[in-house]
Design a protein around this ligand. Structure first.
Ligand SMILES: Cc1cc2nc3c(=O)[nH]c(=O)nc-3n(C[C@H](O)[C@H](O)[C@H](O)COP(=O)(O)OP(=O)(O)OC[C@H]3O[C@@H](n4cnc5c(N)ncnc54)[C@H](O)[C@@H]3O)c2cc1C
Length: 505
């Protein structure tokens, strides 16, 4: 069987490896010069920056890809477990931070020392998160539950559905956080989990509490040398399996004949034919640009521009002189008013004036990332995705072309005020990325990190299906489809698609 994979992100690489390991002849076309998609790297002046993910969670999901090729993740890339999940810096004087250890008992103790009486709520939150993981991993992550139900659900599927409904997923993440914690600072920290799927805590389901189980039971890891090593390793495995990889090859169109995907046409006009096509390009972008309009009937059932995208990212990659002892590997400099931040992102659709700023400093864990005595800071905020049409939001529309330099200044000033003294003077190398960069580099629909937000039932539970309902032999993989964004879920989507294609032969 011949399969073409469009895009070399984690979803595309995983699908390609799963397919090739099963005997398919696979060609992977990537528009950029390097594979990895959003899992990427920037090196300059002795500094190295991961430009996307900084931590790996659910390593078992990636290990499934390695196992398909007869390898093991732990043997190929020994991971470093992070002892501190995150250091939360609070905007108050005197400056205050809270380290949350990755050991659950130590975390409960740290939380209780910080806010007496809150450890019991933390344990309840963890127990709920575990229940969510147990009820959702098999039916919803390892497969597309909706698509796997054909006709009347089986007994097992009824049981899975009952276990899911027992979680009361109609409650919001905010409801569960508020039930478990009375301390406003802790509520703020745990509500931030909504942003891990680019969503609003009061509008996304309580099942996103599962992040706590992922962090505390399954662990948070760093890949020595940087997360990009994962992309390098998967690319190497793909080559070893004989996958035909063409970089700097942009696909312009999926060729559909008699309702079936027959191949692709590249930007240079070349046509390649295959028995199946796997699309790792953002599926909302693909709906607008790659799939001929007459073959977009059943999904999406609404205008692509009417679908709420996830949040985007604003990034500063800063190589700075010296070190900041108050930085852990992973830090979050909190906004003074969390509600105002969510209102700004999700209602006003503008980056918050006082955003929560994530700062990853890998050189704390891995000295190879910066010259001796220096630090590599990856600074990130969560602005909204780009408007569908810049004119449509009137004068309130934030224009990254003109306003990015002032926003950069705002973010750096905030970090200086919160203790990173003289940050601007200490910068030696710098790169700034706005949502416009995510859109142009990776073809991300409106620059969104995860495709759709998970606000509301429809977006969270009826994500774009992996198997196209309109075009036979066309499959979607990656963060914009099922089961969702983030490295492990993208890897699972790739493996799910590979299994589906193999079973359709
Ligand atoms: C700043 C940032 C921080 C993040 N942090 C984390 C984290 O800490 N942990 C975590 O798990 N996840 C994190 N994520 C999310 C994670 O990176 C993504 O969910 C995941 O990498 C997306 O993989 P994907 O399979 O969807 O493919 P993508 O990464 O979206 O790649 C798609 C690929 O397709 C290519 N392509 C697009 N159109 C075409 C075309 N027409 N022809 C050929 N090729 C095409 C693109 O160039 C790209 O290489 C982060 C993301 C960002 C941006």
């Amino acid at each position: 069987m011949d399969v073409i994979v469009i895009g070399g992100g984690i979803g595309g690489l995983s699908a390609a490896i799963g397919l090739a390991a099963g005997g398919a002849r696979v060609t992977l076309l990537e528009k950029n010069a390097r594979l990895g998609g959003k899992l990427n790297v920037w090196e300059y002046g002795g500094f190295t920056f991961d430009t996307g993910p900084h931590v790996l969670t659910m390593p078992w999901a990636l290990d499934e890809v390695f196992q398909a090729a007869g390898r093991r993740l732990a043997a190929e890339l020994p991971l470093t477990p992070l002892k501190t999940v995150c250091r939360y810096h609070f905007p108050r004087k005197p400056l205050l931070y809270l380290d949350i250890p990755s050991d659950p008992n130590a975390a409960a103790q740290a939380i209780n020392d910080f806010a007496p009486g809150q450890a019991a709520g933390f344990r309840r939150f963890l127990a709920y998160a575990r229940q969510v993981s147990d009820a959702t991993t098999e039916p919803f992550l390892r497969q597309d539950f909706g698509a796997s139900v054909r006709g009347v659900p089986s007994r097992q599927q009824w049981r899975q559905l009952a276990a899911f409904l027992a979680l009361k997923p109609w409650r919001s993440l905010r409801d569960v956080v508020r039930e478990c914690f009375s301390d406003p600072r802790l509520r703020r920290i745990f509500e931030l989990y909504a942003l891990y799927s680019g969503s609003h805590p009061a509008r996304c389901s309580s099942i996103f509490a599962t992040v706590a189980d992922v962090q505390w039971r399954q662990g948070t890891y760093y890949v020595p040398g940087g997360l990009y090593r994962l992309a390098e390793k998967l690319s190497q495995i793909a080559q070893d399996l004989g996958i035909n990889i063409a970089t700097e090859s942009s696909v312009k169109e999926v060729i559909v004949k008699a309702g079936r995907a027959r191949g692709i046409r590249t930007a240079s006009g070349e046509r390649l034919y295959a028995d199946a096509v796997v699309c790792n390009a953002d599926c909302l972008t693909a709906m607008k640009t790659l799939i001929p309009p007459e073959h977009r009937c059943r999904w999406p059932d609404r205008r692509v521009d009417a679908i709420e995208p996830s949040t985007s990212a604003f990034l500063l990659l800063l190589g700075v002189a010296g070190t900041y002892p108050q930085l852990a590997h992973h830090n979050s400099f909190l906004a003074a008013d969390g509600d105002a931040e969510f209102r700004s992102i999700f209602d006003a659709r503008r980056p918050a004036d006082d955003p929560t700023v994530g700062v990853a400093c890998q050189s704390v864990t891995d000295p190879t990332k910066a010259p001796p005595g220096c630090s590599n800071l990856f600074v990130m905020t969560n602005p909204p995705a780009l408007p569908p049409d810049p004119q449509s939001w009137g004068s309130q529309t934030f224009d990254w072309h003109t306003e990015a330099p002032a926003y950069r200044e705002q973010v750096l000033c905030k970090l200086e005020t919160m203790g990173l003294t003289d940050l601007r003077q200490r910068i030696q190398v710098e790169q700034m990325w706005t949502p416009l960069d995510l859109q142009s580099r990776y073809g991300a629909h409106r620059g969104a990190i995860y495709g759709l937000s998970s606000n509301g039932w429809r977006n969270a539970f009826l994500r774009p299906p992996q198997v196209s309902p309109d075009v036979q032999g066309l499959y979607f993989v990656g963060g914009s489809t099922h089961p969702g964004g983030g490295l492990p879920l993208c890897a699972l989507s790739g493996m799910n698609a590979a299994r589906r294609i193999a079973s359709s032969e």
